[in-house]
Design a protein around this ligand. Sequence first.
Ligand SMILES: Nc1nc2c(c(=O)[nH]1)N[C@H]1C(S)=C(S)[C@@H](COP(=O)(O)OP(=O)(O)OC[C@H]3O[C@@H](n4cnc5c(=O)[nH]c(N)nc54)[C@H](O)[C@@H]3O)O[C@H]1N2
Ligand SMILES: Nc1nc2c(c(=O)[nH]1)N[C@H]1C(S)=C(S)[C@@H](COP(=O)(O)OP(=O)(O)OC[C@H]3O[C@@H](n4cnc5c(=O)[nH]c(N)nc54)[C@H](O)[C@@H]3O)O[C@H]1N2
Ligand code: SF4
Ligand SMILES: [Mo]
Length: 753
Amino acid sequence: MPHTAIRTCPLCEATCGLELTVDGERVTHVRGDADDVFSGGYLCPKGALYGELEADPDRLTTPRVRRDGELVAASWDEAFADIADRLPAIQAEHGPDAVAIYLGNPNVHNLDGQLYARPLIKALRTRNVHTATSVDQLPKHVSSGLLFGDPLAIPVPDIDRTDLLVMLGANPRVSNGSLMTAPDLPGRLTALQRRGRLVVVDPKRTRTADRADQHLPIVPGTDAAWLAALATTLAEEELIRPPDHLDGRVEGIETVVAALAPLTPEAVAPACGIDAQTTRQLARELAATPRACVYGRLGTTAQRFGSLTSWLVDVVNLLSGHLDTVGGAMFPQPAHHRSHRRPFRMGRWHSRVRGLPETMGELPVATLIDEITTPGDGQVRTLITVAGNPVLSTPDSAALDAAIGGLDLVVSVDPYLTATSRHADVVLPPPPTLHRPHYDLSFTGLAVRNVANYSPPAVAPDPDRPDEWEILLTLAAISLGQRPPVDTTAADTLVLRQAVDAVVADPAARVAVRDTEVVAKYLGDEPGPDRFLDLLLRAGPYGDGFGLDPDGLSLEHLRARPHGVDLGALQPRLPAALRTDSGHVHLAPDELLADLPRLLGSVDARPADAAPANVAPADAAPANAALVLIGRRHLRTNNSWSHNLAGLAKGQQLCTLQVHPDDAAARGLHDGARARVTSTTGAVEVDVELCDRLHVGVVSLPHGFGHDLAGVEQSVARRQGGANSNVLTDRRDIDAVCGNAVLNGIPVEVAPA
Ligand SMILES: Nc1nc2c(c(=O)[nH]1)N[C@H]1C(S)=C(S)[C@@H](COP(=O)(O)OP(=O)(O)OC[C@H]3O[C@@H](n4cnc5c(=O)[nH]c(N)nc54)[C@H](O)[C@@H]3O)O[C@H]1N2
Ligand SMILES: Nc1nc2c(c(=O)[nH]1)N[C@H]1C(S)=C(S)[C@@H](COP(=O)(O)OP(=O)(O)OC[C@H]3O[C@@H](n4cnc5c(=O)[nH]c(N)nc54)[C@H](O)[C@@H]3O)O[C@H]1N2
Ligand code: SF4
Ligand SMILES: [Mo]
């Protein structure tokens, strides 16, 4: 008999509620859950195909191990035994840093990854921890860490109450939003525009820009200079008004104003391509609008001035009175307990080869190739990937592909044989997400309303298949020298004990009796993510506190409310949420001020005594690299891993090089022509699509394509064609502050193929 299951969609940051019709193991119908407290029935084309994605016949159901060069099906025991035969020996001979781990994006969309990747990292004791964060939002963590003391305290637009939103480098009508969890962004943006104004700053007239009230086509990579000009205008025109409740709580306003002074709207206009009057007018409008907000996303972080840009978004919000205020940029209060963090420090260690700084325990993935290919103590010989496809998603892909191919041992926890996992010696496929519980630990911390929503498994777990948390804990135990089979219940109990100890010791946690035994008893004996989540919910700010408040949140409370619990609109949270040493906002951190000469140099507003500009790696840029490449997303894609769904691509070629007609004409290219795109690192061939929505001089290519490689078992995606845009991105080209990859603004040469 088919049954109905209510579940949060795990595919993007919007966290929509789904109403699934489930027949046996299969989802036969998907609707938006009209009763979901947050999404109210909204559904996008990806969510509608969730069932098809889960049932994809190319998904692996058993592990694969390499025998005589071929990846053959194996039992779980065999697969884990293979790893146990080799991993500890490599660690013993070459040290823990010889093992690198890469965690991809779906880890933050899945409860097992959220809770159990950390114990695995701890067990590996390696410094070579990389995640998709450093090809994405790392600069935002850095600016939040430096300004507020907490890298996870990322202010999000209070989109339902703002009357003016200035949005840079984001296309939420396609991406459904990022670092701003809000189901039905199209609807929320429409409502905003009925109330007020949406201004989009983007080199392309995207779907979001097209429907905005104003579109400012900025030159890629110049956002920091332009935001600085907004700040400078506020200063020059005496419009600086930090929010009243932060009076006496902000350090460094004068320093920032003085440092940015050369970056006037007039000085930056030639570089940014936005005329000074428009910039000044917008600064005045921001100051005069009580509920207004500036927001920057991927186009502002995965670029050369990612950290400065992320910082300046907050600087402008603060100076214009819109940080931590209703309708401005606000800090969500997620329902789960988050351990009280010590004040943020970056650079506690550095990468071996290039000396790039650690942030939040990880190193930039842009230097993974160097760590693999450079001989010496600590050279990486093993790679573990969990829910990641770095060969398609990180810079200098051709070199990375070759480097991974030469490793001693590669282990991939992934449901597919992808461009990356085809290199694995052992592939461990997690069960489909339908078989697992779901709760968004990451995205409730970025949501435009405070909400909590738990989804139980929609289909009973397969007893013969380990859950993903069991896979991760088994890998952890093996790396600590245990032979499989590993007692994952015991391992989980140990992990939970440590978490309970930490909660009990944290004065900020809600716990009636601060005793590990008492709390552990409440949580029961059933191993896995549910009781771990229960701990975090009950000790969280709305929790039942294990007896403190019978109406408070717990897993049981959420189970009884399958459409979620609305915990209200965002509330101002400063200064209480600050984690800096002084308890103040540090608006002028040295780490960011140190990068200002590079910014001043890039727009020729450089003081005479400053260091020379270092905008792009000048050594190897193509001779006539007059064009710059940016990325884009499509409504029917999900990074690299949804291309295997025939129903999503609908036979359409989504991986085209969009070229402005003027640029195409100058190069003898026409619509549908084959073009060769060359950068400092490599070349790809793709079909041209003429596009007058682009800024002249800018071309666009989506990422995550290029699946047609030997060993990839994604039949639809392989036939799709397209090229890997990250063959063109350069691992040397990084944000100078934190090493985040530059994926937008790549100098390229385009010619007929
Ligand atoms: N040029 C360019 N490059 C980019 C970007 C860009 O805009 N331009 N965007 C960047 C961004 S923002 C991101 S987040 C990264 C993404 O980069 P990655 O995270 O490396 O790549 P994904 O394509 O998300 O790959 C996810 C992998 O996880 C697997 N997977 C899916 N679900 C599960 C699961 O439940 N468990 C496990 N274990 N595996 C699962 C999929 O099969 C897939 O192989 O790409 C970045 N790369
Ligand atoms: N359909 C779909 N949705 C997705 C994803 C997907 O692959 N497909 N991926 C998910 C992930 S992992 C993420 S991180 C989010 C990202 O979500 P968004 O941040 O909304 O990302 P994009 O749609 O890539 O939009 C980035 C925009 O930046 C612009 N841009 C490029 N360079 C610059 C620049 O220098 N300055 C400015 N101002 N703009 C620039 C590009 O033209 C583009 O419109 O999307 C998520 N949602
Ligand atoms: S917008 Fe995102 S969360 Fe909502 S249905 Fe689409 S993919 Fe799922
Ligand atoms: Mo991302």
